[in-house]
Design a protein around this ligand. Structure first.
Ligand code: GAR
Length: 228
């Protein structure tokens, strides 16, 4: 067959959100520009009907259903409904982008190796909530964000990429959060580009990137570094 007429299927990405959607926007833009290669965002799914991220998705013509966690008696029935909704879209990969629900071990296991999360701290420091306040409270001098595979343990899966920012003497939660968010918007598309290209390997709980040593690419970003 003429190579011009051979079409490879695009990879299918579902994004789970609960709020504003700035990481979703970075991901959609990176898919559109090809930074995340040959990938369509096929669904944006929220647990909160009012999440502004849903409107961003709808404006981009992306199906954006809500599975409202308040309609479910417990975590496992919510997770079962969420899983059914996700699987309706047959995604290859799932990105949690500000999705603020803890997931059951069975749910995490179902998507093992295919689901990633972004967390606003340099894990394993400051898992959970209020990470910027925690960082300011501890007086750390570097803070940042982490993209990692999702496992049954909260904010503890294998780390793919981290971005660091300085903590400045005049920082408050808002200024520090804004500096971290800018780095989130850089590292999440990069991590997803590696993921959809099949370049990530997990061995003994640690992630390596194919070609990492040979090409000099680096799974870390810090002030002054060039784009990855
Ligand atoms: C981001 O800072 C993300 O890292 C964080 O929620 C924010 C969502 O912002 N996620 C978590 O805290 C998950 N534990 P966004 O809706 O503008 O992308």
């Amino acid at each position: 067959m003429d190579p011009e007429y051979v079409f490879l299927p695009k990879s299918r990405l579902a994004v789970l959100v609960s709020g504003r959607g700035s990481n979703l926007q970075a991901i959609m833009s990176a898919c559109a520009s090809g930074q995340i290669p040959a990938t369509d965002v096929v669904a944006v799914i929220s647990n909160r009907p009012q999440a502004p991220a849903l409107a961003l998705a709808a404006a981009a013509g992306i199906p954006s259903p809500c599975v409202d966690h308040r309609r479910f008696a417990d975590r496992s029935s919510f997770d079962a409904a969420l899983r059914a909704q996700i699987d309706d879209f047959a995604p290859d990969h799932i990105a949690l982008a500000g999705f603020m629900r803890q997931l059951t071990p069975a749910f995490a296991q179902h998507y093992a190796g295919r689901m990633v999360n972004i967390h606003p701290s340099l894990l394993p420091a400051f898992p959970g909530l209020h990470t910027h306040a925690q960082a300011l409270g501890e007086g750390v001098k570097l803070h940042g964000a982490t993209v990692h595979f999702v496992t049954a343990d909260l904010d503890a899966g294998p780390i793919i990429v981290q971005g660091a920012v300085p903590v400045l003497a005049q920082d408050d939660v808002a200024s520090l959060a804004a500096r971290v968010l800018a780095v989130e918007h850089r590292i999440y598309p990069q991590a997803l580009a590696w993921l959809v290209s099949g370049r990530l390997r997990i061995e003994q709980g640690k992630v390596t990137i194919d070609g990492e040593k040979a090409s000099g690419i680096s799974p870390c970003v810090w002030p002054g570094t060039e784009d990855l």
